[in-house]
Design a protein around this ligand. Structure first.
Ligand code: HGY
Ligand code: MN
Ligand code: MN
Length: 416
């Protein structure tokens, strides 16, 4: 094998861009939806098919595939020395209901491409390289999101994992055959994640690749409002306990406040449930699921108090009862400076100047940064679109980002 620097300097490409692209397009056929997107909700049959396919590819590449009690998949490519701390490269194969072909998938399959590249070039690294598929990053079927990486990092109360429609997370792991036993307590030297930016920054900067500085904090809340089911035709307007109207007033009140509160605050009501959900019954129960984000925990704390007060005020105005709970907490994280520089170095080696930026989206790297040195590389998203079938990154940008990651991982994994 060439020396690493000869290898890196000599080849203008280490990875096989066509192989990477066709791997992404092949897995996109599982759970394909109109508009070119994917729907593979966590631990659905589609997710299981994608997991099975990923595992078969990893075994073909000579990896030992292990599964932990949260369904996280670890494809281990051994290094020279036994028991050495590992370099992990990961992301997630589960998608949003109207997801794209790249969110999460790109990071997992870029890890596989790096393993394949190491094999092609007969490189034996000093330490193991492990490709990870984390369970339920998106948090659609089960709450909280980032379930698998939170479990691995030790920040998850298993009893607190709830199914959006009453499913049991651990029963679904067993049903799909991904209730692992191996407690993969890898001694993690470093964690890398390649991900689409999912926003407009790289495109506006005309940059193919970004080196990420950190991730803003994310909190999810559940607001429940309990009024009284009533007949839509006979109940006078002034004697209703309409839980939906209370919910709508609270949501609009908070949106108005958020717009004035802080330009970097992100406030979203992403899910509304109304019961009995019948056109001719005044709803007796409504539920709002709120996603709140900011880079500073103190701002999140302050706005959490504002939400609590607005819920009480809105419920009282409508004469309904209310409950307000935080269901997920992901603190803001900053990424390892040395690993960021390693990624910048790798980018310059392949002739691109990376943009430096924070991440607006949460990632499994949010949890991994709490237990090990972590860094992320972004690839440009067309029109900044994601969580949408129209999500797109060009083959050239995908190849460049994976090449950058490959060179950073290679240099890190070969360091004695
Ligand atoms: O919610 C997020 O930020 C991620 O895309 N799941
Ligand atoms: Mn993602
Ligand atoms: Mn996502």
């Amino acid at each position: 094998m060439d020396s690493l620097s000869e290898l890196a300097a000599g080849a203008d490409r280490l990875i096989d861009p066509q192989r990477l692209w066709s791997t992404i397009m092949e897995i996109a056929r599982i759970g394909a939806i109109p508009g070119g997107g994917s729907c593979r909700l966590s631990l659905s049959d589609e997710d299981r098919q994608a997991r099975d396919l990923f595992a078969s590819w990893c075994r073909e590449a000579g990896c030992d595939v292990r599964v932990d009690p949260y369904g996280n998949m670890f494809a281990v490519r051994a290094g020279k020395g036994a028991g050495q701390p590992s370099i992990l490269i990961g992301s997630h194969l589960d998608t949003q209901p109207h997801g794209g072909r790249f969110d999460g998938v790109l990071g997992v399959l870029a890890g596989l491409e790096i393993v394949r590249t190491l094999n092609d070039r007969g490189i034996v690294t000093e330490r193991p390289v492990v490709v990870v598929n984390w369970t339920n990053e998106e948090g659609v079927r089960f709450k909280p999101g980032l379930t698998g990486s939170a479990g691995f990092a030790g920040y998850l109360d298993p009893a607190a994992v709830t199914g959006s429609d009453g499913e049991d997370f651990f029963a679904e792991l067993r049903r799909t055959g991904y209730a692992g036993t191996a407690r993969e307590g890898f001694d993690v030297l470093a964690y890398y994640e390649l991900h689409i930016e999912q926003g407009p920054v790289l495109e506006r900067a005309d940059a193919a690749v970004g080196v990420v500085e950190g991730i803003q904090g994310v909190r999810w809340y559940k607001v429940s409002l309990a009024g009284r089911d009533a007949h839509a035709g006979t109940t006078p307007m002034d004697s209703r306990k309409d839980s939906f109207m209370a919910a709508a007033a609270i949501a609009l009140d908070l949106r108005a406040t958020a717009l004035k509160h802080d330009p970097d605050l992100r406030f979203t009501v992403g899910k509304v449930t109304v019961e009995p959900n019948s056109v001719n019954t005044v709803p007796g129960h409504a539920e709002l699921l709120i996603d709140l984000r900011h880079g500073d925990d103190r701002v999140l704390d302050r706005f959490e108090d504002i939400i609590a007060a607005a819920v009480k005020r809105g419920a009282a105005r409508e004469g309904v009862d209310c409950a307000f709970t935080r269901t997920m907490t992901v603190p803001p994280v900053t990424f390892d400076p040395a690993m960021q520089e390693r990624l910048v170095e790798a980018a310059l080696q392949v002739g691109v100047v990376p943009e430096r930026l924070p991440s607006g989206a949460m990632h499994d790297a949010s949890n991994m940064a709490r237990i090990a040195p972590t860094a992320m590389v972004f690839v440009q998203s067309r029109d900044g679109i994601s969580h949408n079938p129209a999500e797109w990154s060009s083959p050239a940008h995908v190849a460049t980002a994976c090449e950058v990651l490959a060179r950073a991982v290679l240099s890190h994994a070969c360091e004695s």
